[in-house]
Ligand binder design. Structure first.
Ligand code: HEM
Length: 344
C-alpha cells in the first residue's frame, strides 16, 4: 500500500512537473511577444513609423507557416536576394557594359589598321565544297536564334539605362514585355541548335599537331602570313570549344533553370543561375563579335563559304591548306559534289 502511495506520489509529481513545464513553455513566448509588442509601442512613441524589429524578423530567413507549397515557401523575404540584386545591377552590368563597348571598339580599330585579310593569289574560279546543307542549317539556326537572344538579353540588362531614357518608361516597359517573351521562348530553340552544332562540328574541331604551328604564329593575324591548317584552324577551334560548347551550354542550362522555375529550385538557385547566365552570355557575346568579324569583313571570301557552302580553291589553299590537300586527295571525309566554277 505504502509503495502504491509512493508510486502514486511520484507519478503525481511527474504530472505536476510536466504541467508546469507546459505552462512555462506556453507562457514564455507570449510573455516574450508581449515584451516585443510593448517595445514596439514605446518605439512608435519615440521613433514614429520605425518598425525595424518587425522587418528584422521578416528578413531573418526564418521559415513560418503557410498553405502555399514549395521549397522555402514559408520564408517571406530571402535577404540574399539583395546581394544578388547588387551584383546584377552593379559589377555584372558595369563590367559587362564595358566589355560590350571595348571589344567591338578594339575590333574596329584592328580593322582600320589592318583592313580585310585579302587573298594573296587570284581566285581560280574552281569551287570546293566546304559546308553541307545540314551544316549551314545548323549554323544559321544557331546564329539567328543567338542574335535574337543577344538583342533581347542586352535590352533586359541595359535597357533601363539606355532605352528607357530615350523611349520613356511606358514604351520601354511594353518593349521589354515582348523582348522577354522572345528571350524566354527562343532560348530553348537556341539550346537545340547548340547541341546540333556540337554534334555536327565536333569531329573537325579536335586538337591536331598542326594547331601548334597556328598558335606559334598567332594565326598569321599580326604578320598577315599564310599559316597552314586543317578544316578548322586553332582560332576556330577555340571558338567552338570555349564559345559554342562551354559558354553556349552554360548559357542554355542556366537559362533553362530560369525558364522553368517550378522544378523545385530555391530563390538562391535562381539567383545563382541568373548571375551565371548573365556573365557567360556577356562573354559569349563579346567572343561572338570576333567570330562575326572574321566571318564577314575580316577575311575575304569567308562569308561566301557559310552562305553558299562553297569556297574558291585559292581560298581553301591559303586558309586551310591541309584540308585543301585532304580534299584533293579524297581524304577529307566530306563528299565533294562539285569542284567546277559555276557557284559563287
Ligand atoms: C551573324 C553572325 C555570324 C556570322 C556572319 C558567321 C559566319 C561564319 C562563317 C563565315 C563561318 C565559316 C568559317 C570558315 O569557313 O572557316 C562560320 C563558322 C562557324 N560558326 Fe559562325 N557566324 C555567325 C554566328 C555564329 C554564332 C552565333 C555561332 C555560335 C554560337 C557560330 C558558330 C560557328 C561555328 C561553330 C563555326 C564552324 C567553325 C568551327 O567549328 O570552329 N557562328 N561562321
Amino acid at each position: 500500500m505504502k509503495t502504491f502511495f509512493m508510486r502514486r506520489g511520484s507519478a503525481l509529481r511527474l504530472v505536476m512537473l510536466c504541467w508546469m513545464m507546459a505552462l512555462f513553455g506556453a507562457f514564455m513566448p507570449a510573455h516574450a511577444a508581449g515584451e516585443a509588442a510593448a517595445e514596439q509601442v514605446a518605439r512608435e512613441q519615440s521613433q514614429p513609423l520605425n518598425n525595424a524589429p518587425v522587418w528584422r524578423e521578416v528578413r531573418s530567413g526564418q521559415e513560418h507557416f503557410t498553405l502555399a507549397k514549395g521549397p522555402e515557401a514559408g520564408v517571406l523575404i530571402q535577404s540574399e536576394g539583395n546581394t544578388w540584386r547588387q551584383w546584377r545591377n552593379g559589377p555584372i552590368t558595369q563590367y559587362g557594359g564595358w566589355l560590350l563597348i571595348l571589344v567591338p571598339s578594339a575590333i574596329a580599330l584592328f580593322w582600320l589598321v589592318k583592313g580585310t585579310m585579302k587573298l594573296h593569289d587570284k581566285p581560280t574560279g574552281r569551287k570546293m565544297k566546304r559546308f553541307s546543307g545540314f551544316e549551314r542549317f545548323a549554323h544559321w539556326g544557331t546564329a539567328i536564334t543567338f542574335l535574337l537572344l543577344a538583342v533581347t538579353g542586352v535590352a533586359i540588362l541595359f535597357g533601363k539605362h539606355v532605352l528607357a531614357p530615350i523611349f520613356g518608361p511606358e514604351f520601354f516597359a511594353s518593349l521589354l514585355v515582348v523582348g522577354k517573351l522572345i528571350h524566354n521562348y527562343v532560348g530553348p530553340v537556341f539550346g537545340v541548335f547548340v547541341l546540333l552544332m556540337i554534334l555536327t562540328f565536333l569531329r573537325d574541331n579536335v586538337w591536331q599537331a598542326c594547331d601548334a604551328i597556328w598558335i606559334k604564329r598567332a594565326g598569321g593575324l599580326l604578320g598577315g602570313d599564310h599559316v597552314p591548317s586543317s578544316r578548322f584552324n586553332f582560332g576556330e577551334k577555340t571558338w567552338f570549344w570555349l564559345g559554342v560548347t562551354f559558354l553556349g551550354l552554360t548559357v542554355v542550362i542556366s537559362g533553362l533553370v530560369m525558364d522553368f522555375p517550378n522544378y523545385g529550385w530555391t530563390r538562391a538557385d535562381m539567383q545563382l543561375a541568373n548571375m551565371v547566365h548573365g556573365v557567360s552570355a556577356l562573354v559569349l557575346l563579346a567572343l561572338s563579335f570576333g567570330h562575326i568579324y572574321m566571318g564577314t569583313i575580316g577575311v575575304e571570301g569567308a562569308y561566301q563559304s557559310m552562305k553558299t557552302g562553297y569556297v574558291d580553291e585559292t581560298w581553301a589553299k591559303e586558309h586551310h591548306e591541309f584540308w585543301y590537300d585532304d580534299v584533293k586527295a579524297g581524304k577529307s571525309g566530306h563528299p565533294q559534289d562539285s569542284v567546277t566554277g559555276a557557284r559563287s
